[in-house]
Design a protein around this ligand. Structure first.
Ligand code: AMP
Length: 291
């Protein structure tokens, strides 16, 4: 059992410090779980810390707002930065270390390497955010190699990201176990997200309708038949609920992420998921659920 504390977690900022800390734990025979984040921590992130503490001796969270995975400078600039508060939350959750490097530590002068994953990166959040998943795969592979952790925890909230990570870890033989964790939601169904803070009261009231409409569509898929009319009706319902636009609503294989045309595949035992991204003002919400 790890003792929970009210103190902020200890922070380290360099690869050398991180490696020294992990090496000392290794000498004591301890295992290490990693929780990569971009900060502005909420209960969804803390659930990953809890999962890591349940399976490993030491839990290391990382905080790095990765410029390479933002396609718009204004989105990067608007991303919330709350390191002090994050360190407090991690301390209270019982995490052992926060690794928070700056951009120069992560991408020193002359940095020139990119990790690019094809297939699962295509479409959905990869379609309308060019370079996004290259940025994610590059920074995550660096975090895995810098820490040498035994396992890493990722939320199903960012399901495509999770598949991208599983793919490059397997393809590059990186010795780390990836642990998928369920999406944590508000009582009204809205998936927790750092971006929710930017919603106005009116937008916040509309936001849970995305999950609600998705659940209705998933139920309709249970009856079999073509996916297209169900998806079309659901997009109309999301727009009618007050969303400003829908980037995508798609029905895809849960592992390869190839689009599925027939709901019938589901009853044939094929794991499938419904994926959505929609805008409320300048806030882009994403969600996904199993079908
Ligand atoms: P982020 O800081 O948004 O990059 O997220 C860091 C990690 O937390 C990722 O693995 C996310 O999938 C995960 N995460 C974010 N929101 C949630 C949530 N509502 N439930 C579970 N995991 C989440």
């Amino acid at each position: 059992m790890t003792e929970k504390s009210q103190e902020a977690v200890e922070i380290c900022r360099t690869v050398a410090d991180l490696r020294a800390r992990v090496a000392a734990w290794r000498r004591d025979g301890l295992t290490v779980g990693l929780i990569p984040t971009m900060g502005a921590l909420h209960a969804g992130h803390i659930s990953l810390v809890d999962a890591a503490l349940a399976q490993y001796d030491r839990a290391v969270a990382t905080l790095f707002v990765n410029p390479r995975q933002f396609d718009r400078p204004d989105d990067l600039a608007a991303y919330p930065r709350t390191e002090e508060d994050d360190a407090q939350k991690l301390g209270a959750a019982g995490a052992h270390l926060l690794y928070a490097p700056n951009a120069h530590e992560m991408y020193p002068d002359g940095y020139a390497t990119n990790v690019s994953v094809s297939g699962v990166s295509a479409g959905l959040c990869g379609g309308d955010r060019p370079g996004h998943f290259d940025g994610v795969a590059t920074v995550c592979s660096k975090l895995f190699l810098q820490s040498g952790a035994d396992g890493a925890f990722f939320g199903e909230k960012d399901y495509q990201q999770l598949q991208v990570v599983q793919r490059f870890v397997s393809d590059l033989n990186i010795p780390i176990l990836i642990h998928p964790c369920a999406t944590i939601r508000e009582d009204d169904g809205l998936a927790l997200s750092s971006r929710n803070k930017r919603l106005t009261a009116v937008q916040r009231a509309i936001a849970p309708r995305l999950y609600e409409v998705m659940q209705g569509a998933a139920q309709a898929f249970g009856a079999g038949g073509d996916a297209a009319p169900v998806l079309k009706a659901a997009v109309e319902a999301i727009n009618a609920a007050g969303f400003d636009s829908v980037d995508y609503l798609e029905f895809r294989d849960a592992v390869s992420l190839t689009p599925l045309e027939k709901a019938g595949g589901v009853s044939g035992g094929q794991a499938a998921r419904l994926f959505a991204a929609a805008w409320l003002g300048d806030v882009r919400l994403i969600d996904n659920i199993p079908v």
